[in-house]
Design a protein around this ligand. Sequence first.
Ligand code: ZN
Ligand code: ZN
Length: 360
Amino acid sequence: MSSQKMKAWVFYEPEVMKLEEVDVPQIEDDEVLIKVKACGICGSDVAYYWGDSPLETPDGKGPLILGHEFSGEVVEVGKIPAQKKLLKAGDRVTVNPVQYCNACEVCYRGQVNLCENKAVLGVSANGAFAEYVAANYQHVYKLSDNVSYSAGAFVEPLANAVYGVKNLDVGLGNRVVVFGPGPIGLSIATLAKKRGAGEVILAGTRDYRLEVGKNMGVDRVYNLNEEQSPYYTSDFKEEIGRLTEGKMADRVIVVTGSKKAMQMALEVSGRRSIIVYFGLPGEKDLLEVPALQTIFWDKTIRFSWLASFTWVEAIQAVDSGLVDVNKLITHHFSLESLMEGLLVAKEKRGNPLRVMIDID
Ligand SMILES: [Zn+2]
Ligand SMILES: [Zn+2]
């Protein structure tokens, strides 16, 4: 494969990304080469492209091929995975882009999402807005034949959602509030319900997203922003108080970086509640915790970052239909039309949830 060329979008700097002919990656002994079939556009890709967030390369800059939520077909297998008979050409796979080292103390403690030696495909190493991508075999997961490539490309966000829901520790019958009905928030709402929540309440600012939530089994939805919305409430805290006779929510997860939502989570959570912060705030944002009230109600505040050993469960959740990811994938574009897809994702043109790039 060494001398072959492929099409890839190379990101140089904010708003400068070019579709180029580059060399197909040459794999090492511990890598596999994957022909990319689908790659989702994540909010972070939008942030990288428009310069709202630096890359995780040493200098925060390109050139780099973006795209970290992908699936594809194995076309070449390095010596080590071949010898272990783990993977073969033709396997349908998805890949954890967070390629942790599996050999540092952090990894040995099982905190693999926090490994300091990790390479993140599409963020600090070349990703999948390209025809081919190389990945370490330890982070490649097989997909069953009944899972589509675009569903396979949603396993990465779903694995993070599964980790978030684990941190939320939903108890049977719990009243759960989810802030942020994006594709991950909707996944979390569905998973919370399937894990035994009594009532899942979804709060957001866009009706079309709240309606997908209703369609996926969420019990109640609230629009906190648009007065003309049938789901509008001007006082969410009072609403939760009324619904729970003052007891407030048992579990609250914030799947948005909105400061307002982060703050409100502290107000709508009840006695011995668990609050999980999942969405990314701005670099300098601070959270104001009403300390005494939080102590008196014996609350637990947690944070959730990436995923730690939840990939197999995420794949099973897709495979078994536990989460209908096809409801979350709303738009498809070709590799050549990536820029159009980025615009749709950024400007929410045509009510998108996940925008998928299909590649052959
Ligand atoms: Zn992502
Ligand atoms: Zn490590």
